[in-house]
Structures are given as structure tokens and as C-alpha cells.
Design a protein around this ligand. Sequence first.
Ligand code: NFS
Length: 640
Amino acid sequence: MSFESKSQDPASQEMLQLAADKGMETIWDRYEAMQPQCGFGSTGLCCTNCLQGPCRIDPFGEGPSEGICGVRDYSVVARNLVRTIVGGTASHSDHARHVAELLREVAAGHIEGYEVKDEEKLMKVANKLGLETEGKDVNELTKEVAEEAVGNFIGYHGEEMSFLKPMVPEIRYELFKECDIIATGINDVINQAIHRTAMGMDADPVNLIFGGLKAALADFVGCTIGTDLSDIFFGTPQVVESEANLGVLDENAVNLVVHGHEPVLSEKVIETARALEDEAKEAGAENGINVVGICCTGNELLMRQGAPLVANYASQELAIMTGAADAMVVDIQCIMPSLKNVTDCFHTELITTMPHVKIPGARHIQFSDTTADQDAEEIVRTAIDAYGRRNPDTVNIPDHKSKLMAGFSVEALMDAFSKINEEEPISVITDAIAAGDIRGIAVFAGCNNVKTPQDRNHVEVAKELAKNDVLCVATGCVANAFGKNGLLLPEAVEKYAGEGLKKFFSEAADALGMELPLILHMGSCVDNSRAVELGTAIANYLGVDIGDLPLVASAPEAMHEKAVSIGSWAVSLGLPTHVGVDVPITGSSLVTEVGTKIAKDVLDGYFIIEKDPKVAAEKLIAEIDERNWLLEMKAKAKEA
Ligand code: NFS
């Protein structure tokens, strides 16, 4: 049987064969069983927001054209979209709030076991927020930064969120103001958006969409806080080397898989695993403990600790089917409940850790900030115990893994580029753009979506863009896909880059004494804030708006509500944003027009919904070229 229609990844294909042979069910089987999927839901035309429903509006005009309350198609679609964006905002922000509150408690001396590892980043964030730093010690500053971050949730200043303004060029911030899309606080906007989409509330689709953008910008703030504060706690990423794919599992080690998004948990787990290596060896695991990651927790640990990536979203079940995962420790987000069914067939311990994420039948080890060290010890020892129950006959680790480079925080990049231009490291990029070596920059974000073969769209869009001299940066599960495909390596430059991009990389390598990979891995999904920091630095250096830059975004396999949220703030920031799967807005031509066309007139950014990866790349390149031309014209007009 060929599994190419399910996954482009050879390791996944191998495991899918095994699953088929053994009659084990995967996400792909459940997707097939779900066909045909509901047309009303797929187009955004199903309203379940009151108990008179569900109401379905007939897009062909043969059935009802209004819901029971009289709501029209455009309001239903817009309301559903806003709720999707808010789901993303709540997810990223709840994650960020945990880190912010922990930072505050640590600074207050209420919690031990965590400390500020990166004082330089603390100072950078304090300066960014305009806090007075003179004469203050680390603890005082930590307190202030943490208070400021927590304040962005509750809007306690009664002002705009302080983490937003310094992240974008002034002119963009003014545009946000004009459009009235700056919330007073993250919690405020979640509250308001759920309210405005309730029965009998906002029915104006344009007003609703702007309400959604307000929530999306709050999501961006949540992402920024998540990144900044995690860096302060655990260190700003520096360039690291590691590996990706199922082949990183080690037959002779306790394989402890961390899955989810919280570095607060996974950093403790890896620290404890390193401390308990000897216990694992005593239990017979020659190579000790092998901590590997799935989804964004994997990216967080890769960036800061060099831990290998074992799987991205779609292959999380397959990691267990190798029979070599002794424990899978999950925290928040992107965790399939089906993991329990798979672990039932193996010795693998599925451990949930968060009070608001439990799975029936899974072992729950509550992870609390106040008892983090003990909790992590219990988790690691549970994995070591499980290793003793591993059945060697059921171990099938696919022989597929690829080396990779990661850790490209803006700080790491600027450190490197300062060897070329100490005063203005950002000019290394802007000069290459001006010379035409770099035609534009693409930010890749997002997931796997079972509606498209795993990783295929990611890889095809990226290869096409690289061939056309577009510099690519990536976060989240798409970065993992690139890792598996060898695109996070310098060798990929020779293979896939166009002539201009090759020139840029080879000149950089000569000057830096270090080769850079074709695609720069910037971290987890909250770390899309790093890409914005880079974009804003470029825009400010050139004295233009971020929406003027030849900068685009692409989420070829978007799946989660978080991806919709990120896409929406990318559009608000002025980026043409490609989505490679259908988005449930097509039930309203008005909402579709606003999102895919009219948004460009107002915000410069807009959605490009395109399933064909080649065509998607062409559209992104056309947009990049248009922007380059406009920039050139503006520069000429300035000279004249
Ligand atoms: Ni992003 Fe990360 Fe992956 Fe998608 Fe899920 S892990 S926060 S949502 S599936 S990229």
C-alpha cells in the first residue's frame, strides 16, 4: 500500500504500514471515516450560538437564507470566524499568562526552583517597555517586567497593551489606532469577543471582523509575552544542532517524549532527566534518558537545549507505535485524545500534567510551579519504570532522521551579523534585499492538517520560494517538517536556493566563518513574535512600514485555531498571508471578499487561500515583487 496521499514523510509512511498491518487506528483513518464532512460547518454557515439552533443557512438559496433569529449568512460566518480567532488568542495567552504569573511569583520569592537565566534579555524587555532600569537590581526589574506582562492581560492601566507598541513601526501602530483594533487587555478582548458573537449581539460583518482583528492583535501580544518571558527564564536561543524524525528515538535509552507547549514543564523535565541519568542506566538503559519533543514543546526544547524533534502534529500517535516511547508527557494544546488508545497497545505511559488538560484513562501527575522539582522527578521516574516494561519485540523505530540547525532568535542572528556590520547588523539583510540577492522574506508558520498529505505542502512551497531567492524563516510544526526534510541545513542551500540566495549565504558564510541553513528555525508558534521583531527591525531601519516590506507569511497546513489567530494578526501587520487549506468563511461572499481582497486596501495584508503549493508560491512571489517595485518607486520619489 502506498501512503503518499497521507504523508510525505517516509518515517510516517513506514509506521502507517505497521498500523495497517496491526489494525491500529490513526488520525488518517478517523479522517476517512468522517467523510463527507458537513458542508454547512465547512463553509462557516452553521450557527450553534443559542438553544434554538443549530441553524444552517443554505448557500445555494434553496433552503433558509436566515437563522431562526433572522441572522444572515455574513453574520454567522463572521461570528464563527471571530470565535475561532478568540480560541487561538485564549490558547496562546493562557500559556503566556502562566509564564508571566510564574515570573511574578519567582520575583516575589514565593516560588523556588525557577530563576532568571537571561539578565540581558530581561534588560532588553525592560528597555523595550520603557521601564526605568537605572539603579535597579535583577529582582526589582523582574518584578516590574512581570507586573507589566500580567497587566497586559487585565488591562489594569486602563491603557493599551504595553507589549504591543514597541513591536511594530510607529506608522503601523497608528493604523491600528485608526482601525480601533487595539484592546485594553487580552482578557478584556476575549471577554468582549465572546460576548459580541453571542445570540442577539453584533450582526454587522465588518464590525465583527474588526472585533476579530482586535482579538488577533491581543493574540500577538500573548505570543510576544510568551517568547520574551520564556527567554528571560530559560535563556534566549542560540544556534544549536540537533536532529528530527522518528529515528531520534533510541532503542538503548529511556525515551521520554514531551508533547505540548509549556517550557515551564519541559525545561524541568529535561533538567531532571539529566540529573537522573544514572537511575536510568541502573535500570538497564545503556544510553540513559533521551528526551525528545513533539509539537511546540519540542521546538522550545530544541531551541534552548538542542533536544531532538521526534514528531510534528500529525505523527504524534506514530511516535507511540514505535513501541520505544516509554512515556509521553503532555501539557497543553495540540494533544490528540486518541493517544490513550494507542498507549493501550504498548507499555507507554501517557502522563497528563495540567489541571485543565486531562484524558480519561491517562495517568495524571499534577505539575505545579510550587512543587516543580518533585513533580518532574515523579514524571521521569515513571518513564524509567515504564522502560522496564518495554517489550523489545514490539519496537520498530524507523531508520529516518535528519540533522538540523535551529536556535535562530533575532538576538542570535544579530550577534552573527554584527561580525559583518557591528553598528547595524540588520543591514546585512537590508543590503541583500537592496542588491536583489534576497528577493523577499517568507515567514512559515503552522501545523499539519490531515486534509493534505503531511509535510508535502510545507516543503513544496518552501522549495519553490527558496528557488526564487526568498529567504525563509519558520516556527512550529512546519519548522519540524523542514527539519525532517533536511531544509534546516547549510547543504540545502546548494540544492534548493536560487542564485541570489546562494550568493547571500555564501558571502555570509565567508564573513561569519559559519554556514547558515537554507531555512532559519525561529522556534515555537508563540515565537512568530521573533519574526515580527525581525520584520519591524528591517522596516524601522529602512524608515518604512512593515506592511511595505517584501515580507509574506505562509501556513500551508494550518489546522489549529491558533493558526487562524496568527494568520489574522499577520494580516493586520500588513503581511499577505497564505493558507493552504480551506477556511470556513466561503459561506459568505462578503466575509471572503473582505478577508482575501478588501483587507489589502486597509491593512496591506490579506489572506491568500490556495491549496496548490506551486500556485501559492507564485502568488506570494508576485506580491513580493509588487512590494519591491513600490519600495523602489517610493525611494525614487523621495530622492526627486
Ligand atoms: Ni502551532 Fe504548536 Fe503544531 Fe499547529 Fe499545534 S504544535 S502552537 S498549533 S499543530 S504548529
